[in-house]
Write a protein that binds this ligand. Structure first.
Ligand code: UD1
Length: 439
């Protein structure tokens, strides 16, 4: 059953343990990579999320046999029967996910054609796919735009290309990797994204037989090979989910042990967490998070890796409403990722969003046209309210705000959370949250 609305009674610290599994942002891409192999692949620690279900069914409509693996959370993918799927079938399975765009390169290699339906994903800006399409054209793909989506073909096969991304987009970097590994010749990718999940995808592709090297300054070289085999890989942990629970501990003045969280991939988050008044203890099998006295205001700008990830800001903003003083969060990755703050203001927070950013002097990264800034002044007690979840991370922050607030909140649209948080309600229960499922 899908739960869409919760009644949450807040004011009680979240305490206990949650375990994070494989990263959504790796697992879904590694699943697409199975299309490139001649033999079956096994992915371990696959999270049970709706985005994973979408990719699984899209693989299945393309003839990949997906089965449970030899341990809980493992899936095997047999691509020996890969075949073209009907447009209607692809459309019906693509759902709200943006991952289908990554099927392009692998399907072009396997079948010489691909169809990509109109893409969904979180409503956090236009989220265009121009970098993807420009890169695919450079590999020799012919792109045809239809009312229902995009049809691609590669009449002469795909060949290595020299690509310079206008911005280090995660998805476009993955697109290039998944296409270049089997293209003829060498691909040089400049201004690539280097998120840990991308490095893990490179590890997956290397296990499959790909030859990929990287240099400083975001340059990746991919030497195309004729065939690739299947892989056996354990996914990197979900650092976005880990950061979410860390901020929940901070906001509710609780104490949460996040099993599976690792320090290396979270260095930037941990620095900000500490500056905001958080305390953490790095342990062998996870990280323990809580407050270290009063919360303090911070100035943060989201950025591509190794910067502060855009998916980390929303839950942190909830905690910052409880810090003494003025915090600023500059959002530089997306043009519209502050909409979630409306609900926090309704609950009593003092947050002013500057849609075109703050003209406050030079910063470490060049200003992007897209920039938005939120100024958060605290501490402000939060009170319960009726709120509607706008997107994945914004929705998480709404639930955490409701748990921080005094009184009862009605939070609707919580089904979106299943895109990025596995067993979300079970985890809330394990942490002692007081809520009822309304619908
Ligand atoms: C991925 C992550 C998401 C994260 C984001 C940034 C997955 C499933 N999702 O999303 O959690 O927030 O990286 O770290 O891995 N852009 C263009 N044209 C394009 C592609 C992107 O202009 O063709 C712009 C986007 O609008 C956005 C920026 O580039 O402003 C970054 O997007 P991108 O890095 O591609 O994000 P995703 O891969 O969609």
């Amino acid at each position: 059953m899908t739960v869409s609305e919760l009644a949450i009674r807040g004011g009680r610290p979240l305490r206990g343990r949650v375990d994070v599994k494989g990263a959504k942002n790796l697992a879904t891409k590694a699943m697409v990579a199975t299309l490139l192999g001649e033999t079956p692949s096994t992915l371990r620690d696959v999270p049970d999320l709706s985005d994973v279900a979408v990719v699984r069914s899209l693989l299945e409509v393309h003839g990949v046999r997906v089965e449970a693996g030899d341990e809980p959370g493992a899936l095997t993918f047999d691509p020996s029967g890969v075949e073209s799927a009907h447009m209607e079938e692809i459309d019906a399975h693509a759902g709200a996910s943006r991952i289908p765009i990554l099927f392009c390169g692998p399907l072009l290699h396997r079948l010489g054609q691909a169809f990509i339906p109109d893409l969904g994903g979180c409503r956090i800006g236009d989220r265009p796919i121009d970098f993807h399409l420009d890169a695919l054209r450079k590999f020799g793909a012919v792109v045809e735009k239809l009312p229902s989506g995009i049809r691609l073909s590669a009449p002469e096969g795909l060949r290595g290309a020299s690509i310079h991304l206008p911005y280090p987009s995660v998805g476009a970097t993955e697109q290039v990797l998944l296409t270049a590994v089997r293209a003829k010749g060498t691909t040089e990718l400049r201004n690539a994204a280097i998120e840990p999940e991308i490095m893990d995808l490179i590890a997956v592709l290397q296990k499959m037989g790909a030859i990929i090297s990287y240099e400083p300054n975001r340059v990746i070289f991919i030497e195309g090979v004729d065939t690739l085999r299947g892989y056996d890989h354990r996914s990197i942990f979900d650092r976005n989910e880990a950061a979410s629970w860390a901020s929940a501990a901070l906001a509710t003045d609780g104490e949460i042990f996040v099993g599976g969280a690792r320090q290396q991939e979270m260095l930037t988050f941990l620095n900000v967490f500490r500056k905001a008044g958080g305390w953490f203890d790095i342990q062998e099998d996870g990280i323990l998070f809580r407050r270290d006295g009063e919360l303090k205001p911070v100035v943060v700008e989201t950025d591509v890796h190794p910067g502060f990830m855009t998916d980390w800001q929303q839950p942190l903003v909830v905690a910052l409403t409880q810090a003494k003083g003025r915090s600023i969060v500059h959002e530089t990755v997306y043009e519209n990722r502050m909409g979630f703050t409306d609900a926090l203001v309704k609950m009593g927070a003092d947050i002013v969003v500057h849609p075109h950013g703050l003209q406050d002097g030079p910063r470490r990264v060049a200003r992007r046209e897209l920039e938005q800034a939120a100024v958060i002044t605290g501490p402000t007690p939060l009170h319960g309210a009726d709120i509607v979840v706008p997107d994945l991370r914004g929705g998480y922050s709404h639930v955490i705000a409701a748990l921080t607030a005094q009184g009862e909140s009605r939070v609707s649209g919580v089904d979106i959370l299943s895109r990025g948080y596995e067993k979300f309600l079970d985890k809330l229960t394990a942490l002692g949250a007081d809520f009822d499922v309304i619908r």
